[in-house]
Write a protein that binds this ligand. Structure first.
Ligand code: HEM
Length: 207
């Protein structure tokens, strides 16, 4: 995501307000509610039009360079479902994590899955972007936002340093150099096009 494209998304993001703004990815055409950090980190969420009983969303996450980007689907680091991703050559490596302690979070297991959307997933000379359908990711145990919420707080964390073993999705990471929490308007994240976008997701699963 380039800064120039983000201008379309909202000035509020650029002046440092901790809120997400609309953003349409030029490659995939998917519209997200997205947060951008000054480092180039970004996190976007798209939801189906009807939240009733929904467990799925599309997310885009990325950054500049070769470091890692993370998200908390509930806001805090602890006791939340986390997504952790980083580039490895031309691919993106991603995993779910969860921890009750501050420290490199271990891989989380559950029914939730990630399936990449290829036209929104790429690594280039400066940036990387990972766009994926997160299925069965909206939980009811407090580890994520809820389906019917009109807005939520999500957490972000990043480090410009690559993980020690970047080809391995279970690698530990160094502590973030920036982290925080951002308000996302989930009503604005909803779209009638969600089903079409979701249909673009396909194996092979990004690790
Ligand atoms: C060695 C790895 C890590 C350590 C030691 C660590 C430690 C911490 C600590 C101590 C805080 C409280 C704020 C502070 O004192 O800086 C924090 C906040 C946070 N961390 Fe981590 N963290 C690590 C990795 C991660 C990862 C991989 C993610 C996401 C995937 C993450 C997400 C967050 C978020 C969203 C916050 C802000 C919300 C909160 O304070 O709970 N952290 N972390």
């Amino acid at each position: 995501m380039k800064l120039s494209t983000l201008l379309l998304g909202g000035i509020a993001t650029l002046v440092g307000a901790q809120t997400a703004a609309p953003y349409t990815d030029a490659k995939s055409g998917i519209t997200f509610q997205a947060y951008q950090h000054t480092t180039g980190y970004f996190l976007g969420i798209a939801l189906p039009d009807d939240p009733t009983g929904n467990t799925d969303f599309i997310a885009t996450i990325g950054g500049k360079g070769t470091g890692w980007s993370g998200a908390s689907l509930a806001g805090p680091m602890k006791n939340a479902l986390l997504v952790l991703a980083w580039p490895n050559s031309n691919a993106v490596v991603s995993s779910f994590r969860k921890t009750a302690q501050y420290g490199s979070p271990p891989v989380a297991s559950g029914t939730f899955t990630q399936l990449p959307i290829a036209n929104g997933t790429y690594v280039n000379g400066t940036h990387w972007t990972y766009t994926f359908v997160c299925s069965k990711c909206i939980q009811t145990d407090g580890t994520t936002f809820t389906a019917n919420a009109n807005s939520t707080i999500l957490g972000y964390a990043l480090n410009a340093a690559a993980p020690s073993n970047k080809s391995n999705a279970t690698s530990s990471v160094s502590k973030h150099t920036s982290q925080g929490q951002v308000t996302f308007d989930l009503v604005k994240a909803r779209s009638k096009d969600f089903t079409t976008w979701k249909g673009w997701a396909a194996a092979p699963k990004v690790q």
